[in-house]
Design a protein around this ligand. Structure first.
Ligand code: ME8
Length: 535
Protein backbone atom coordinates (compact mmCIF):
# COMPACT_ATOMS: atom_id res chain seq x y z
CA UNK A 1 0.00 0.00 0.00
CA UNK A 2 1.28 3.42 -0.88
CA UNK A 3 2.26 5.78 1.92
CA UNK A 4 -0.13 8.64 2.74
CA UNK A 5 1.09 12.19 2.89
CA UNK A 6 -0.99 15.21 3.88
CA UNK A 7 0.41 18.72 3.47
CA UNK A 8 -1.19 22.09 4.19
CA UNK A 9 -0.37 25.78 3.78
CA UNK A 10 -1.71 28.37 6.22
CA UNK A 11 -5.15 29.48 5.14
CA UNK A 12 -4.53 33.10 4.24
CA UNK A 13 -6.61 36.14 5.19
CA UNK A 14 -8.37 37.45 2.13
CA UNK A 15 -7.93 40.98 3.44
CA UNK A 16 -5.89 42.17 0.46
CA UNK A 17 -4.45 40.77 -2.75
CA UNK A 18 -1.95 37.94 -2.34
CA UNK A 19 1.71 38.82 -2.90
CA UNK A 20 5.00 37.05 -3.57
CA UNK A 21 5.23 35.97 0.11
CA UNK A 22 1.95 34.01 -0.09
CA UNK A 23 3.02 32.64 -3.47
CA UNK A 24 6.31 31.53 -1.91
CA UNK A 25 4.73 29.44 0.85
CA UNK A 26 2.14 27.84 -1.40
CA UNK A 27 4.68 27.13 -4.15
CA UNK A 28 7.06 25.44 -1.72
CA UNK A 29 4.21 23.23 -0.48
CA UNK A 30 3.32 22.48 -4.08
CA UNK A 31 6.90 21.43 -4.82
CA UNK A 32 6.87 19.14 -1.79
CA UNK A 33 3.46 17.68 -2.72
CA UNK A 34 4.49 17.07 -6.34
CA UNK A 35 7.77 15.53 -5.18
CA UNK A 36 5.88 13.05 -3.00
CA UNK A 37 3.39 12.20 -5.76
CA UNK A 38 6.28 11.67 -8.15
CA UNK A 39 7.68 9.08 -5.76
CA UNK A 40 4.37 7.27 -5.43
CA UNK A 41 3.06 8.66 -2.14
CA UNK A 42 -0.70 9.08 -1.99
CA UNK A 43 -0.71 12.80 -1.38
CA UNK A 44 -3.35 15.30 -0.35
CA UNK A 45 -2.53 18.99 -0.53
CA UNK A 46 -4.79 21.67 0.92
CA UNK A 47 -4.67 25.45 0.85
CA UNK A 48 -7.44 27.95 1.42
CA UNK A 49 -8.71 31.11 3.03
CA UNK A 50 -9.40 32.25 6.58
CA UNK A 51 -12.44 34.40 5.92
CA UNK A 52 -13.89 35.35 9.31
CA UNK A 53 -12.85 37.82 11.98
CA UNK A 54 -12.97 41.44 12.92
CA UNK A 55 -10.33 42.54 10.42
CA UNK A 56 -12.30 41.20 7.45
CA UNK A 57 -15.51 42.73 8.81
CA UNK A 58 -13.78 46.13 9.18
CA UNK A 59 -12.21 45.99 5.71
CA UNK A 60 -15.54 45.08 4.14
CA UNK A 61 -17.31 47.90 5.98
CA UNK A 62 -14.68 50.36 4.79
CA UNK A 63 -15.47 49.31 1.22
CA UNK A 64 -19.21 49.42 1.84
CA UNK A 65 -19.79 45.77 0.95
CA UNK A 66 -20.86 42.72 2.94
CA UNK A 67 -18.02 40.62 4.38
CA UNK A 68 -19.08 37.71 2.16
CA UNK A 69 -19.02 39.83 -1.00
CA UNK A 70 -15.66 41.21 0.09
CA UNK A 71 -14.04 37.80 0.59
CA UNK A 72 -15.66 36.35 -2.54
CA UNK A 73 -13.97 39.02 -4.62
CA UNK A 74 -10.53 38.46 -3.07
CA UNK A 75 -10.87 34.66 -3.16
CA UNK A 76 -10.80 34.86 -6.97
CA UNK A 77 -7.45 36.68 -6.84
CA UNK A 78 -6.03 33.84 -4.76
CA UNK A 79 -7.33 31.10 -7.04
CA UNK A 80 -6.07 33.04 -10.07
CA UNK A 81 -2.63 33.25 -8.48
CA UNK A 82 -2.62 29.53 -7.76
CA UNK A 83 -3.47 28.88 -11.42
CA UNK A 84 -0.69 31.20 -12.52
CA UNK A 85 1.80 29.38 -10.27
CA UNK A 86 0.53 25.92 -11.42
CA UNK A 87 -0.40 24.94 -7.87
CA UNK A 88 -1.70 21.37 -7.73
CA UNK A 89 -3.79 21.65 -4.56
CA UNK A 90 -6.42 18.96 -4.08
CA UNK A 91 -8.75 21.25 -2.18
CA UNK A 92 -9.29 24.94 -1.58
CA UNK A 93 -11.03 25.39 1.73
CA UNK A 94 -12.82 28.58 2.68
CA UNK A 95 -13.95 28.93 6.27
CA UNK A 96 -17.30 30.35 5.14
CA UNK A 97 -18.16 27.09 3.37
CA UNK A 98 -20.96 25.14 5.14
CA UNK A 99 -18.81 21.98 5.44
CA UNK A 100 -16.33 23.91 7.58
CA UNK A 101 -18.71 26.32 9.31
CA UNK A 102 -21.04 23.59 10.54
CA UNK A 103 -18.19 21.39 11.74
CA UNK A 104 -16.61 24.20 13.74
CA UNK A 105 -19.92 24.58 15.61
CA UNK A 106 -19.85 20.86 16.42
CA UNK A 107 -16.24 21.07 17.57
CA UNK A 108 -17.09 23.92 19.90
CA UNK A 109 -20.06 22.00 21.33
CA UNK A 110 -17.71 19.11 21.97
CA UNK A 111 -15.45 21.45 23.95
CA UNK A 112 -18.45 22.71 25.97
CA UNK A 113 -19.64 19.17 26.63
CA UNK A 114 -16.22 18.01 27.84
CA UNK A 115 -15.61 21.11 29.97
CA UNK A 116 -12.64 22.14 27.84
CA UNK A 117 -14.11 25.64 27.69
CA UNK A 118 -15.89 27.77 30.32
CA UNK A 119 -17.67 31.11 30.28
CA UNK A 120 -15.80 34.06 31.79
CA UNK A 121 -15.00 37.64 31.00
CA UNK A 122 -11.97 38.91 29.16
CA UNK A 123 -10.13 42.15 29.61
CA UNK A 124 -6.99 42.71 27.63
CA UNK A 125 -5.17 44.45 24.82
CA UNK A 126 -6.36 43.40 21.39
CA UNK A 127 -4.65 43.77 18.04
CA UNK A 128 -7.26 43.65 15.31
CA UNK A 129 -4.64 43.18 12.59
CA UNK A 130 -3.17 40.05 14.20
CA UNK A 131 -6.57 39.00 15.63
CA UNK A 132 -4.79 38.44 18.91
CA UNK A 133 -4.99 39.44 22.57
CA UNK A 134 -1.81 40.46 24.37
CA UNK A 135 -0.95 41.03 28.04
CA UNK A 136 0.03 44.36 29.61
CA UNK A 137 3.70 43.32 29.61
CA UNK A 138 3.62 42.23 25.99
CA UNK A 139 2.20 45.53 24.70
CA UNK A 140 4.53 47.63 26.87
CA UNK A 141 4.04 51.27 27.81
CA UNK A 142 3.46 52.28 24.22
CA UNK A 143 0.59 49.81 23.83
CA UNK A 144 1.82 48.38 20.56
CA UNK A 145 1.27 44.89 19.23
CA UNK A 146 4.49 42.88 19.80
CA UNK A 147 3.93 41.05 16.48
CA UNK A 148 3.16 43.85 14.00
CA UNK A 149 3.83 47.05 15.96
CA UNK A 150 0.36 48.49 15.42
CA UNK A 151 -1.53 50.15 18.31
CA UNK A 152 -3.67 47.75 20.35
CA UNK A 153 -7.06 48.53 21.93
CA UNK A 154 -8.25 47.66 25.43
CA UNK A 155 -11.27 45.39 25.41
CA UNK A 156 -13.51 43.71 27.93
CA UNK A 157 -16.15 41.20 26.88
CA UNK A 158 -17.83 38.04 28.10
CA UNK A 159 -15.96 35.16 26.54
CA UNK A 160 -15.48 31.46 26.60
CA UNK A 161 -12.02 30.31 27.59
CA UNK A 162 -10.19 27.20 26.56
CA UNK A 163 -8.55 25.44 29.53
CA UNK A 164 -4.93 25.47 28.39
CA UNK A 165 -3.75 24.35 31.84
CA UNK A 166 -5.33 20.97 31.24
CA UNK A 167 -3.00 20.27 28.30
CA UNK A 168 0.33 21.97 29.06
CA UNK A 169 1.98 18.86 30.40
CA UNK A 170 0.74 16.76 27.50
CA UNK A 171 2.09 19.38 25.11
CA UNK A 172 5.52 19.55 26.74
CA UNK A 173 5.65 15.78 26.76
CA UNK A 174 4.80 15.71 23.06
CA UNK A 175 7.63 18.16 22.31
CA UNK A 176 10.05 16.02 24.30
CA UNK A 177 9.08 12.73 22.74
CA UNK A 178 8.77 14.04 19.18
CA UNK A 179 11.93 15.87 18.17
CA UNK A 180 11.28 17.50 14.82
CA UNK A 181 7.62 18.16 15.63
CA UNK A 182 8.59 21.82 15.38
CA UNK A 183 11.15 22.34 12.61
CA UNK A 184 13.54 24.17 12.55
CA UNK A 185 14.36 23.07 16.12
CA UNK A 186 15.18 26.63 17.30
CA UNK A 187 11.50 27.60 17.08
CA UNK A 188 10.68 25.14 19.85
CA UNK A 189 12.87 26.90 22.42
CA UNK A 190 11.21 30.16 21.42
CA UNK A 191 7.76 28.72 22.17
CA UNK A 192 8.80 27.12 25.45
CA UNK A 193 10.78 30.10 26.79
CA UNK A 194 8.58 32.94 25.58
CA UNK A 195 5.10 31.50 26.01
CA UNK A 196 4.90 28.24 27.95
CA UNK A 197 7.42 28.78 30.77
CA UNK A 198 6.16 32.28 31.76
CA UNK A 199 2.75 30.61 32.28
CA UNK A 200 0.12 30.07 29.64
CA UNK A 201 -3.20 31.83 30.28
CA UNK A 202 -6.41 30.15 29.25
CA UNK A 203 -7.20 31.16 25.69
CA UNK A 204 -10.16 33.38 24.99
CA UNK A 205 -12.08 31.53 22.27
CA UNK A 206 -15.25 33.52 21.63
CA UNK A 207 -16.08 37.17 20.89
CA UNK A 208 -19.24 39.20 21.37
CA UNK A 209 -18.28 42.59 19.91
CA UNK A 210 -18.77 41.67 16.25
CA UNK A 211 -20.61 38.96 14.41
CA UNK A 212 -18.57 37.94 11.35
CA UNK A 213 -17.74 34.43 12.47
CA UNK A 214 -19.16 31.04 13.37
CA UNK A 215 -21.87 31.42 16.04
CA UNK A 216 -21.76 29.41 19.27
CA UNK A 217 -24.82 27.14 19.53
CA UNK A 218 -24.76 27.24 23.32
CA UNK A 219 -24.47 31.03 23.67
CA UNK A 220 -26.25 33.42 21.30
CA UNK A 221 -24.22 36.54 20.61
CA UNK A 222 -20.88 34.74 20.77
CA UNK A 223 -18.86 33.99 17.66
CA UNK A 224 -15.96 31.55 17.70
CA UNK A 225 -12.47 33.08 17.80
CA UNK A 226 -11.06 33.27 14.30
CA UNK A 227 -7.96 31.26 15.21
CA UNK A 228 -9.94 28.34 16.62
CA UNK A 229 -12.12 28.53 13.52
CA UNK A 230 -9.10 28.72 11.17
CA UNK A 231 -6.90 26.01 12.67
CA UNK A 232 -9.65 23.42 12.42
CA UNK A 233 -9.62 23.79 8.63
CA UNK A 234 -6.85 21.22 8.58
CA UNK A 235 -9.33 18.55 9.64
CA UNK A 236 -12.61 19.92 8.28
CA UNK A 237 -11.08 19.95 4.79
CA UNK A 238 -10.62 16.19 5.14
CA UNK A 239 -14.25 15.66 6.16
CA UNK A 240 -13.80 15.40 9.93
CA UNK A 241 -17.16 14.99 11.70
CA UNK A 242 -18.98 15.11 8.36
CA UNK A 243 -21.08 12.56 6.54
CA UNK A 244 -18.25 11.30 4.38
CA UNK A 245 -15.10 11.23 6.50
CA UNK A 246 -13.19 8.67 4.44
CA UNK A 247 -10.47 11.17 3.57
CA UNK A 248 -10.11 12.11 7.21
CA UNK A 249 -9.73 8.43 8.10
CA UNK A 250 -7.12 7.98 5.41
CA UNK A 251 -4.98 11.10 5.79
CA UNK A 252 -5.39 11.93 9.49
CA UNK A 253 -6.70 9.09 11.57
CA UNK A 254 -4.31 6.54 10.16
CA UNK A 255 -1.24 6.66 12.42
CA UNK A 256 0.92 5.77 9.41
CA UNK A 257 -0.18 8.84 7.44
CA UNK A 258 2.39 11.62 7.51
CA UNK A 259 0.93 15.06 8.27
CA UNK A 260 2.87 18.27 7.67
CA UNK A 261 1.74 21.85 8.26
CA UNK A 262 3.91 24.47 6.58
CA UNK A 263 3.65 27.97 8.08
CA UNK A 264 5.49 31.26 8.44
CA UNK A 265 7.19 32.16 11.74
CA UNK A 266 4.50 34.75 12.54
CA UNK A 267 1.95 32.05 13.30
CA UNK A 268 4.11 29.45 15.06
CA UNK A 269 2.47 30.02 18.47
CA UNK A 270 -0.98 29.12 17.19
CA UNK A 271 0.18 26.03 15.35
CA UNK A 272 2.53 24.59 17.94
CA UNK A 273 0.75 25.47 21.20
CA UNK A 274 -2.99 25.90 20.70
CA UNK A 275 -3.58 23.61 17.72
CA UNK A 276 -1.99 20.57 19.44
CA UNK A 277 -4.13 21.33 22.51
CA UNK A 278 -7.34 21.52 20.46
CA UNK A 279 -6.45 18.23 18.81
CA UNK A 280 -5.80 16.64 22.18
CA UNK A 281 -9.16 17.89 23.45
CA UNK A 282 -10.80 16.24 20.43
CA UNK A 283 -8.82 13.11 21.16
CA UNK A 284 -7.12 13.23 17.77
CA UNK A 285 -3.54 12.49 16.83
CA UNK A 286 -0.95 15.22 16.31
CA UNK A 287 0.58 16.18 12.97
CA UNK A 288 4.09 14.85 12.44
CA UNK A 289 5.57 18.21 11.75
CA UNK A 290 4.94 21.93 11.84
CA UNK A 291 7.53 23.31 9.45
CA UNK A 292 8.31 27.00 9.89
CA UNK A 293 9.58 28.56 6.68
CA UNK A 294 11.36 31.90 6.51
CA UNK A 295 10.15 35.20 5.20
CA UNK A 296 10.80 36.50 1.76
CA UNK A 297 12.24 39.93 2.43
CA UNK A 298 13.19 42.84 0.24
CA UNK A 299 16.37 44.91 0.61
CA UNK A 300 14.47 47.43 2.69
CA UNK A 301 12.74 44.85 4.90
CA UNK A 302 9.40 43.13 4.73
CA UNK A 303 7.37 43.51 1.56
CA UNK A 304 4.70 46.11 1.95
CA UNK A 305 2.54 48.16 -0.37
CA UNK A 306 3.36 51.40 1.46
CA UNK A 307 7.08 50.86 0.88
CA UNK A 308 6.39 50.18 -2.77
CA UNK A 309 8.54 47.06 -2.72
CA UNK A 310 5.89 44.46 -3.44
CA UNK A 311 6.57 42.32 -6.49
CA UNK A 312 3.40 41.47 -8.37
CA UNK A 313 3.63 37.82 -9.33
CA UNK A 314 1.72 37.60 -12.66
CA UNK A 315 4.00 39.93 -14.67
CA UNK A 316 7.05 38.12 -13.27
CA UNK A 317 5.62 34.80 -14.45
CA UNK A 318 4.62 36.31 -17.81
CA UNK A 319 8.14 37.48 -18.42
CA UNK A 320 10.24 34.60 -17.10
CA UNK A 321 7.83 31.66 -17.11
CA UNK A 322 6.31 29.83 -14.18
CA UNK A 323 9.12 27.28 -14.01
CA UNK A 324 11.76 29.96 -13.58
CA UNK A 325 9.90 31.72 -10.76
CA UNK A 326 9.30 28.42 -8.99
CA UNK A 327 12.93 27.44 -9.46
CA UNK A 328 14.15 30.70 -7.98
CA UNK A 329 11.97 30.26 -4.89
CA UNK A 330 13.09 26.72 -4.23
CA UNK A 331 16.76 27.16 -4.98
CA UNK A 332 17.74 30.66 -3.94
CA UNK A 333 15.86 31.00 -0.65
CA UNK A 334 16.88 28.23 1.73
CA UNK A 335 13.64 26.61 2.89
CA UNK A 336 13.40 27.26 6.64
CA UNK A 337 15.46 30.47 6.55
CA UNK A 338 14.65 34.06 5.69
CA UNK A 339 15.74 35.10 2.23
CA UNK A 340 16.10 38.35 0.40
CA UNK A 341 14.70 38.96 -3.05
CA UNK A 342 16.94 41.03 -5.27
CA UNK A 343 16.40 41.42 -9.02
CA UNK A 344 20.12 40.81 -9.61
CA UNK A 345 20.16 37.48 -7.78
CA UNK A 346 16.94 36.44 -9.46
CA UNK A 347 18.36 36.94 -12.96
CA UNK A 348 21.77 35.56 -12.10
CA UNK A 349 20.35 32.40 -10.52
CA UNK A 350 18.25 31.69 -13.61
CA UNK A 351 21.16 32.33 -15.95
CA UNK A 352 23.64 30.25 -13.98
CA UNK A 353 21.47 27.23 -13.25
CA UNK A 354 18.83 27.04 -15.94
CA UNK A 355 20.43 28.66 -18.99
CA UNK A 356 24.13 27.86 -18.52
CA UNK A 357 23.97 24.60 -16.68
CA UNK A 358 20.77 22.66 -17.43
CA UNK A 359 19.77 24.26 -20.75
CA UNK A 360 23.27 24.05 -22.12
CA UNK A 361 23.66 20.42 -21.09
CA UNK A 362 20.45 19.48 -22.89
CA UNK A 363 21.32 21.44 -26.05
CA UNK A 364 24.82 20.12 -26.36
CA UNK A 365 23.82 16.53 -25.66
CA UNK A 366 20.88 16.46 -28.07
CA UNK A 367 23.03 18.08 -30.79
CA UNK A 368 25.79 15.52 -30.30
CA UNK A 369 23.38 12.56 -30.35
CA UNK A 370 22.03 13.90 -33.65
CA UNK A 371 25.50 14.55 -35.06
CA UNK A 372 27.17 11.31 -34.01
CA UNK A 373 24.29 8.79 -33.89
CA UNK A 374 21.69 10.13 -36.31
CA UNK A 375 19.53 11.20 -33.35
CA UNK A 376 19.16 7.75 -31.78
CA UNK A 377 20.31 7.42 -28.15
CA UNK A 378 22.81 4.52 -28.17
CA UNK A 379 21.79 1.42 -26.25
CA UNK A 380 25.09 0.92 -24.56
CA UNK A 381 25.66 -2.25 -22.54
CA UNK A 382 29.44 -2.48 -22.74
CA UNK A 383 32.24 -1.69 -20.33
CA UNK A 384 32.39 1.58 -18.48
CA UNK A 385 35.47 3.74 -18.19
CA UNK A 386 36.28 5.70 -15.04
CA UNK A 387 34.46 8.81 -16.19
CA UNK A 388 31.29 6.81 -16.97
CA UNK A 389 31.46 5.03 -13.64
CA UNK A 390 31.88 8.29 -11.81
CA UNK A 391 28.85 9.91 -13.49
CA UNK A 392 26.74 6.83 -12.81
CA UNK A 393 27.80 6.92 -9.16
CA UNK A 394 26.91 10.60 -8.86
CA UNK A 395 23.50 9.84 -10.40
CA UNK A 396 22.81 7.01 -7.98
CA UNK A 397 23.89 9.10 -5.01
CA UNK A 398 21.68 11.95 -6.21
CA UNK A 399 18.59 9.74 -6.17
CA UNK A 400 19.31 8.67 -2.61
CA UNK A 401 20.06 12.14 -1.28
CA UNK A 402 17.08 13.61 -3.17
CA UNK A 403 14.76 11.21 -1.37
CA UNK A 404 16.28 11.69 2.07
CA UNK A 405 16.48 15.48 1.78
CA UNK A 406 12.93 15.75 0.47
CA UNK A 407 11.61 13.60 3.29
CA UNK A 408 13.36 15.90 5.75
CA UNK A 409 11.80 18.89 3.92
CA UNK A 410 15.27 20.14 3.03
CA UNK A 411 13.85 21.23 -0.28
CA UNK A 412 16.59 23.65 -1.27
CA UNK A 413 19.29 21.11 -0.52
CA UNK A 414 17.40 18.37 -2.40
CA UNK A 415 17.32 20.42 -5.58
CA UNK A 416 20.87 21.65 -5.07
CA UNK A 417 21.91 18.01 -5.18
CA UNK A 418 20.11 17.55 -8.52
CA UNK A 419 21.93 20.57 -9.89
CA UNK A 420 25.20 18.98 -8.75
CA UNK A 421 24.35 16.06 -11.01
CA UNK A 422 23.75 18.51 -13.86
CA UNK A 423 27.12 20.12 -13.10
CA UNK A 424 28.79 16.70 -13.03
CA UNK A 425 27.29 15.87 -16.44
CA UNK A 426 28.63 19.10 -17.94
CA UNK A 427 32.05 18.33 -16.49
CA UNK A 428 31.76 14.79 -17.88
CA UNK A 429 31.37 16.23 -21.38
CA UNK A 430 34.51 18.32 -20.97
CA UNK A 431 36.50 15.40 -19.61
CA UNK A 432 35.21 12.80 -22.07
CA UNK A 433 35.73 15.19 -25.03
CA UNK A 434 33.26 13.43 -27.36
CA UNK A 435 34.39 15.63 -30.29
CA UNK A 436 37.80 13.97 -30.04
CA UNK A 437 36.30 10.47 -29.61
CA UNK A 438 34.25 11.01 -32.78
CA UNK A 439 37.42 11.40 -34.80
CA UNK A 440 38.72 7.99 -33.79
CA UNK A 441 36.87 4.94 -35.18
CA UNK A 442 38.39 2.75 -32.45
CA UNK A 443 36.64 4.87 -29.83
CA UNK A 444 33.11 4.37 -31.23
CA UNK A 445 32.04 2.39 -28.15
CA UNK A 446 33.36 4.99 -25.77
CA UNK A 447 31.44 7.65 -27.67
CA UNK A 448 28.25 5.54 -27.53
CA UNK A 449 28.69 5.10 -23.81
CA UNK A 450 29.20 8.82 -23.37
CA UNK A 451 25.98 9.73 -25.23
CA UNK A 452 24.03 7.06 -23.39
CA UNK A 453 25.26 8.36 -20.02
CA UNK A 454 24.46 11.93 -20.92
CA UNK A 455 20.93 11.14 -22.07
CA UNK A 456 20.25 9.14 -18.93
CA UNK A 457 21.70 11.80 -16.64
CA UNK A 458 19.46 14.44 -18.23
CA UNK A 459 16.45 12.14 -18.04
CA UNK A 460 17.09 11.67 -14.34
CA UNK A 461 17.72 15.35 -13.63
CA UNK A 462 14.60 16.36 -15.62
CA UNK A 463 12.51 13.88 -13.69
CA UNK A 464 13.82 14.94 -10.26
CA UNK A 465 13.31 18.57 -11.19
CA UNK A 466 9.77 18.00 -12.45
CA UNK A 467 8.08 19.09 -9.17
CA UNK A 468 9.62 22.53 -9.83
CA UNK A 469 9.80 22.66 -13.62
CA UNK A 470 6.15 21.85 -14.12
CA UNK A 471 6.08 22.74 -17.81
CA UNK A 472 9.73 22.45 -18.92
CA UNK A 473 10.43 18.97 -17.59
CA UNK A 474 7.95 17.59 -20.15
CA UNK A 475 9.78 19.55 -22.84
CA UNK A 476 13.06 18.05 -21.69
CA UNK A 477 11.49 14.59 -22.05
CA UNK A 478 10.16 15.58 -25.51
CA UNK A 479 13.64 16.55 -26.65
CA UNK A 480 15.06 13.30 -25.30
CA UNK A 481 12.26 11.33 -27.01
CA UNK A 482 11.16 9.71 -23.71
CA UNK A 483 8.00 7.69 -24.46
CA UNK A 484 4.91 8.31 -22.31
CA UNK A 485 5.19 5.00 -20.47
CA UNK A 486 8.70 5.89 -19.32
CA UNK A 487 7.86 9.33 -17.99
CA UNK A 488 7.88 8.21 -14.40
CA UNK A 489 10.16 8.21 -11.41
CA UNK A 490 11.06 4.53 -11.46
CA UNK A 491 12.20 4.60 -15.08
CA UNK A 492 14.27 7.75 -14.54
CA UNK A 493 15.75 6.65 -11.21
CA UNK A 494 16.84 3.31 -12.69
CA UNK A 495 19.82 4.95 -14.32
CA UNK A 496 20.39 3.59 -17.81
CA UNK A 497 16.83 2.79 -18.84
CA UNK A 498 16.95 5.19 -21.79
CA UNK A 499 18.41 3.85 -25.05
CA UNK A 500 17.08 3.41 -28.59
CA UNK A 501 14.81 6.46 -28.47
CA UNK A 502 15.10 9.26 -31.02
CA UNK A 503 15.87 12.74 -29.75
CA UNK A 504 14.24 15.90 -31.10
CA UNK A 505 16.10 19.14 -31.39
CA UNK A 506 13.77 21.73 -29.90
CA UNK A 507 13.86 25.36 -28.87
CA UNK A 508 16.31 26.54 -26.25
CA UNK A 509 14.34 25.79 -23.09
CA UNK A 510 16.08 28.36 -20.96
CA UNK A 511 17.49 31.18 -23.11
CA UNK A 512 20.17 33.31 -21.48
CA UNK A 513 18.76 36.47 -19.98
CA UNK A 514 20.33 39.85 -20.57
CA UNK A 515 21.14 40.87 -17.00
CA UNK A 516 20.81 44.63 -17.40
CA UNK A 517 17.50 44.53 -19.26
CA UNK A 518 15.87 41.99 -16.99
CA UNK A 519 17.04 43.60 -13.76
CA UNK A 520 15.55 46.87 -14.96
CA UNK A 521 12.32 45.09 -15.88
CA UNK A 522 11.97 43.77 -12.33
CA UNK A 523 12.89 47.10 -10.77
CA UNK A 524 10.12 48.74 -12.80
CA UNK A 525 7.68 46.16 -11.49
CA UNK A 526 8.66 47.06 -7.96
CA UNK A 527 7.99 50.76 -8.33
CA UNK A 528 4.88 51.75 -6.45
CA UNK A 529 2.25 53.36 -8.71
CA UNK A 530 2.85 56.83 -7.25
CA UNK A 531 6.61 56.60 -7.81
CA UNK A 532 5.94 55.31 -11.29
CA UNK A 533 3.78 58.33 -12.00
CA UNK A 534 6.53 60.62 -10.71
CA UNK A 535 9.30 58.85 -12.65
O1 ME8 B 1 -1.78 34.44 9.37
N1 ME8 B 1 7.37 35.73 2.96
O2 ME8 B 1 -2.87 34.56 7.33
P1 ME8 B 1 -1.92 35.55 6.50
C1 ME8 B 1 7.03 34.44 3.12
N2 ME8 B 1 -5.01 33.48 8.38
N3 ME8 B 1 5.82 34.05 3.52
C2 ME8 B 1 4.90 34.98 3.77
C3 ME8 B 1 5.18 36.35 3.62
C4 ME8 B 1 6.48 36.73 3.20
N4 ME8 B 1 6.86 37.98 3.00
N5 ME8 B 1 4.05 37.03 3.94
C5 ME8 B 1 3.11 36.10 4.26
C6 ME8 B 1 -2.72 34.19 8.64
N6 ME8 B 1 3.62 34.86 4.16
C7 ME8 B 1 -3.83 33.27 9.13
C8 ME8 B 1 -3.36 31.84 9.04
S1 ME8 B 1 -3.71 29.22 9.38
C9 ME8 B 1 -4.75 28.23 10.23
C10 ME8 B 1 -4.33 30.83 9.57
C11 ME8 B 1 2.93 33.58 4.41
O3 ME8 B 1 -2.69 35.90 5.28
C12 ME8 B 1 3.50 32.85 5.62
O4 ME8 B 1 3.32 31.47 5.42
O5 ME8 B 1 -1.42 36.64 7.36
C13 ME8 B 1 2.63 33.34 6.75
O6 ME8 B 1 2.62 32.49 7.89
C14 ME8 B 1 1.30 33.39 6.07
O7 ME8 B 1 1.57 33.85 4.73
C15 ME8 B 1 0.35 34.35 6.81
O8 ME8 B 1 -0.74 34.60 6.01
Amino acid sequence: MSKKFYITTPIYYPSASPHLGHAYCTTMCDIIARGKRLRGFETYFVTGLDEHGEKIQENAAAKGVTPQAFVDEIAVRFTDLWNTMCISNDDFIRTTQPRHYETVKKIFSEFVKNDDVYLGSYKGWYCVHEESYWTETQVGEEHLCPECGRPVVEKEEPSYFFRCGKYVDVLMNHYDTHPGFITPEGRKAEMVNNFIKPGLNDLCVTRTTFDWGVPVNEAPGHVIYVWLDALTNYITALGYNQEDDSRFQKFWNDPEAEIVHVIGADITRFHTIYWPMFLKALNLRQPNKVFVHGLMMMKDGKMSKSKGNVIPVPPLVDRFGVDAVRYYMAREIVFGQDGQFTPEQFVERLNADLANSLGNLLNRSVSMIIKYFGGVIPEYKGELNDLDKNLKEVAEKTVKSYEVLNDELKVTEAYASVMELVGAANKYIEESAPWALAKDQAKADVLASCMSHLANAIFLAGSLLSPILVTKSEKIFDQLGVPAEMRNYDAAAKFGSLGGQTVNKGDQLFPRLDVETEVQFIKDLMLAPKEKAAA
